[in-house]
Ligand binder design. Structure first.
Ligand SMILES: NC(=O)c1ccc[n+]([C@@H]2O[C@H](COP(=O)([O-])OP(=O)(O)OC[C@H]3O[C@@H](n4cnc5c(N)ncnc54)[C@H](OP(=O)(O)O)[C@@H]3O)[C@@H](O)[C@H]2O)c1
Length: 336
């Protein structure tokens, strides 16, 4: 079968579009013909190598996979799954030792064999491309915004780095529940696309200071009054923005994080945390119920995955290059 493979960590030049043997079907697994695979913010990091994370080599990237069942293992209940059924793969593979595309060989290939408990039926009316956009980024956003962050109607929500996979979903979920959303991004073009995705306010951080913008828009946060600033800030950028965003968060505001794109050990300022009584809430991954809810939301037209591009599988290096260069709004999809 055709696959994108890398044998060593490094840059895009390590990626090869090549022929490899089709995977073996284990008795407890189903073989899925991959119809769409999505990239994530972690794909460039894994290609380059994340310190402390053991990636199996050779590695196939791609953690978000949708496709159709072509073969069913002998121990899989025949009443559960059928050949030809459309399925989304939950990338959290506990039996295989981690997340697909991260510590488990991924789905940028024609066929993948996965444990049957990782399969989720795709409802009628949801395309393979839309389904593949969901698990890692949208699943994480779903848990972070609705479960951990309790974002609800009337909340004023600021999303930093909003053009990515997680960010494009945070905007849509916040709007869906009736929040007011301000979205930060690093270019004018991307700001226009975020407006089209539903953001009420967009801030192009290449020319505007987002703290000043929020203080003008929602007022300066006050220690002795529950007024001014955002109720919720979503900050998986980390780095310098970590302490900087404290100045835009309301008293008793919630600061949500699921990552640290620009640095995991930034300086902090504890005075803000106690005097403004911030709630700092971490969120990690998703549950199967997050993915099932997202598929229903897409089916019902309540959210629409932001697809930046849909390209043939062999063009994965081009899409990954765009991700590295921050040229993407939403998700990059590859089709074998
Ligand atoms: N804990 C979990 O389970 C989990 C799951 C998924 C993702 N994450 C984390 O969440 C974060 C976002 O993931 P994602 O998949 O949405 O990534 P993504 O699609 O690459 O989006 C990240 C966004 O962050 C902004 N950004 C700021 N500084 C950047 C930099 N130096 N390089 C690249 N982008 C930068 C960019 O937006 P602008 O150009 O608009 O500023 C970019 O679109 C990552 O840190 C990822 O590791 C965690």
């Amino acid at each position: 079968m055709k696959a994108i493979v890398f044998h060593e960590h490094g840059g895009l030049e390590q990626l090869q579009y090549t022929d490899i043997p089709k995977p073996e079907l284990l008795a407890t697994e189903c073989m899925v013909r991959v119809r769409a695979v999505a990239l994530n913010g972690f794909d460039p990091m894994i290609l380059q190598q994340i310190p402390g994370l053991k990636t199996p080599l050779p590695m196939i990237p791609g953690g978000d996979v949708a496709g159709e069942i072509v073969e069913i293992g002998s121990d899989v209940g025949a009443d559960k799954w059928a050949v030809g059924q459309s399925v989304l793969i939950d990338p959290m593979m506990h039996e295989k030792g981690g997340v697909l595309g991260e510590t488990v060989t991924g789905g940028a290939c024609e066929y993948i064999s996965v444990p049957e408990q990782n399969l989720i039926a795709i409802p009628d009316g949801v395309s393979f491309e839309d389904a593949a956009a969901l698990p890692i980024a949208y699943g994480t956003a779903h848990r972070m915004m609705l479960h951990r962050g309790r974002v609800s109607a009337g909340d004023k929500v600021l999303v930093l780095g909003a053009s990515g996979g997680v960010g494009s979903c945070c905007i849509q979920l916040a709007k869906m529940v009736g929040a007011e959303v301000a979205a930060c991004t690093s270019s004018k073009e991307k700001a226009e696309k975020l407006k089209a995705l539903g953001a009420d306010h967009v801030i192009d951080t290449s020319s505007e200071n987002y703290v000043a913008f929020i203080r003008d828009l929602w007022g300066k946060p006050r220690v002795f009054a529950e007024s001014g600033g955002a109720d919720v800030i979503v900050n998986y950028n980390g780095g310098d923005s970590w302490t900087e965003c404290f100045r835009a968060l309301k008293r008793e505001g919630r600061l949500l994080t699921c990552g640290a794109t620009n640095g995991y050990d930034p300086k902090t300022d504890i005075r803000y945390i106690w005097s403004f009584e911030f709630e700092i809430l971490g969120s990690n991954g998703w549950n199967r119920s997050d993915l099932e809810s997202l598929l229903d939301l897409v089916k019902d037209g309540k959210i629409r995955p932001a697809l930046h591009s849909v390209r043939p599988l062999e063009e994965l290096p081009t899409s990954l290059g765009e991700l590295i260069d921050r040229k993407i709004v939403g998700k990059a999809i590859l089709v074998p």
